[in-house]
Design a protein around this ligand. Structure first.
Ligand code: GLC
Length: 607
């Protein structure tokens, strides 16, 4: 890990000149909808973020650059006797599968598909390409990579995880951080490993839930990938919403300060999750004190940043939070800003990659298309149904065949994602990819054309509709905690229900089995492509299909699916998650006995 302490002398000089208000401002991260550049200047704010679905203007790179220019100006103008020390702002986004908040960005497969690809070199190129697109918007920091090791696929964030096993997650952690951060020069971004720690281990896969496991298991499964991210020099870490053995991670001094910062030697800063400190205690002031004392350095307080600053100031004045802890937090934030050479960077508009034409361009999309090809897992291929002969009479059906929104999943323009094609500009749906290779193919989403036409084979894309975080949970209790992102974008926000009550696909999406059966009843062999954020119980759909492909959430480049279905490329993906046979089974690698339908590592090829 890069030695961040080399920046301490410079950081200490700055700290010595800072007032308490300036220090508290550095530790505060509001959301862009809730803070103006003028307030950033007045309150000496250290960082601003965009939540899922939050963007400036018409949401093209130029709008983002202009916004960041204004925030930057507000912080560096902060010089002189009255205004205090000039400390440039660090702007953060969730670029978790490409720069997924921005119109026309290249959207990569979500992490679950990348886990199947088993290709750390590809991961590094994806991270580098993502960094370019984020830099094109004048942004410096992304809350990625997610290092969750998901043990229960009912969790709504399963797709954000590379694998149920720490091996792949650890191998990717270093590659992704290297790709994003580079040498911290003009090509690099600040990365953020999240969510520390145990987010993938909650009972029932409940989002923001409780992880009840002994410490050696926490270390073996959930902490292990962080060692790789840390040795690759990751500059920031995000605290997790979950609790470990009854204590919320945001208030967990042992995990944040003793293990992460002490034992593992992390000298960067810890950022909270979105209002993540609120769950420490029912009393907000108490939560603030316990969060900062436990070791959170920067607080993602999207809306109520003024309350946060007031509460923290009162704790410092009363002596509950010692000034040394404040200075330590600010020093850590300054170390990261210095290591990233933020003080030497030009204004966002003048940086090398700002507004760069490569944003959303062919070169970037080629990397995503390669990732799609490599992420597909072939689960069944009877009678050599695949590859499809491009001269055959092909029917294309299923609700996700022509839906770039479905194939991109959550965190795609909208926080929760969205059905349809219009909001994902550029790229190809799975249907568009097929049509490009086999121009005679016929699209019939509900499969009704099967009854009238003559077809040799049908390709059906079925699966889940988009979701994010707790709204993707599969469980029986009705309502979920709100989590992050912009509730404004969600009809009925405030009553956010989970996705469903079972992983059994024919129960949550009977329309998909109906489409398969309709096509099969017409005597046409069915090749099913499952578009989903996790393995699902699909015994009935598998039985009714001649061939079956797990495509995960491929993102904007549906062409990559067609590339493999027609045999231009072979399958390379192997399951990084055990495939369940029944909803109540929670199969994971190494279980004895292994009750999975398809084990970890499974995946057929053409050879
Ligand atoms: C969230 C997520 C986190 C994300 C943050 C900012 O609630 O848990 O992954 O980075 O908000 O949008």
């Amino acid at each position: 890990m890069a030695d961040l302490r080399q920046y301490d002398a410079r950081a200490n000089e700055l700290i010595a000149r800072m007032s308490l208000d300036e220090k508290l401002g550095q530790m505060t991260q509001p959301e862009r909808m809730h803070i103006s550049p003028e307030d950033v200047r007045r309150h000496h704010i250290g960082s601003v973020l965009s939540g899922g679905g939050s963007w400036p203007g018409a949401n093209v790179p130029a709008d983002w650059v202009a916004m960041n220019d204004a925030y930057w100006e507000a912080t560096v103008a902060n010089d002189g006797d009255d205004d205090g020390v000039a400390i440039p702002i660090l702007y953060g986004v969730d670029a978790v599968h490409g720069h997924n908040n921005v119109r026309g960005a290249t959207l990569f497969p979500h992490n679950i598909g990348l886990g199947a690809a088993r290709d750390p070199g590809l991961i590094e190129r994806i991270a580098r390409t993502t960094a370019r697109e984020v830099l094109a918007t004048g942004v410096e920091w992304t809350f990625a990579p997610t290092l969750a090791v998901v043990r229960d696929d009912h969790w709504g964030r399963t797709y954000e995880s590379y694998s149920e096993d720490p091996e792949i997650v650890a191998a990717y952690a270093a590659a992704f951080v290297r790709g994003l951060q580079g040498d911290l020069g003009e090509d690099g971004l600040v990365a953020c490993a999240k969510h520390w720690v145990g987010d993938g281990g909650t009972t029932g896969g409940v989002d923001q839930g409780e992880t009840t496991i002994p410490e050696d298991e926490l270390r073996r499964f959930h902490i292990a990938p962080y060692l790789q991210a840390l040795s690759a020099g990751v500059l920031t870490v995000m605290a997790s919403y979950n609790s470990w053995n009854g204590e919320k991670c945001h208030g967990h001094e042992y995990l944040l300060s003793d293990v992460l910062k002490g034992e593992l030697g992390f000298d960067g800063f810890v950022v909270s999750d979105w209002d993540g400190i609120d769950q420490i205690d029912d009393d907000y002031d108490e939560s603030v004190a316990r969060g900062v004392l436990a070791g959170v350095d920067m607080f993602m307080v999207p809306e109520k940043w003024r309350d946060f600053i007031g509460a923290l100031r009162a704790h410092v004045e009363s002596g509950r939070v010692p000034m040394e802890r404040i200075d330590d937090a600010v020093r850590r934030i300054l170390r990261v800003k210095l290591a990233y050479r933020l003080f030497d960077r030009q204004r966002p508009a003048d940086r090398r990659w700002s507004n760069h034409e490569s944003f959303g361009g062919d070169e970037h999309r080629a990397v995503a298309r390669e990732a799609v090809r490599k992420s597909l897992v072939l689960l069944k291929n009877d009678d050599g149904a695949l590859p499809v002969d491009r001269g055959a009479r092909i029917l294309v059906a299923g609700k996700s065949a022509h839906d770039r929104g479905h194939q991109s999943g959550g965190f795609s323009l909208a926080w929760q994602g969205q059905s349809g094609n219009d909001h994902i500009e550029g790229g190809t749906s799975i249907w568009e990819g097929i049509e490009a290779i086999a121009p005679g193919a016929v699209l019939s989403p509900d499969g009704s054309a099967a009854d009238t036409g003559e077809f040799d084979v049908a390709i059906l894309a079925i699966g889940e509709r988009p979701y994010a975080e707790g709204m993707g949970d599969v469980r029986t209790s009705q309502f979920v905690a709100r989590g992050s992102g912009l509730a404004q974008n969600i009809p009925g926000a405030g009553k956010l229900a989970p996705y469903g009550a079972t992983l059994e696909h024919r129960v949550s999406h009977p329309e998909d089995l109906a489409t398969i059966e309709r096509v099969r009843a017409a005597g046409i062999p069915v090749i099913t492509v499952l578009v989903s954020g996790r393995p699902l119980v699909v015994n009935a759909e598998l039985d009714a299909s001649t061939a079956f492909v797990a495509a995960w959430l491929p993102g904007s480049e549906g062409q990559g699916v067609a590339d493999v279905l027609f045999g231009d490329h072979d399958f390379q993906g192997r399951l990084s998650f055990s495939w369940p046979h029944r909803d109540e089974d929670l199969p994971n690698r190494g279980d004895d006995p292994d009750v999975s339908l398809f084990p970890y590592g499974y995946g057929l090829t053409y050879r």
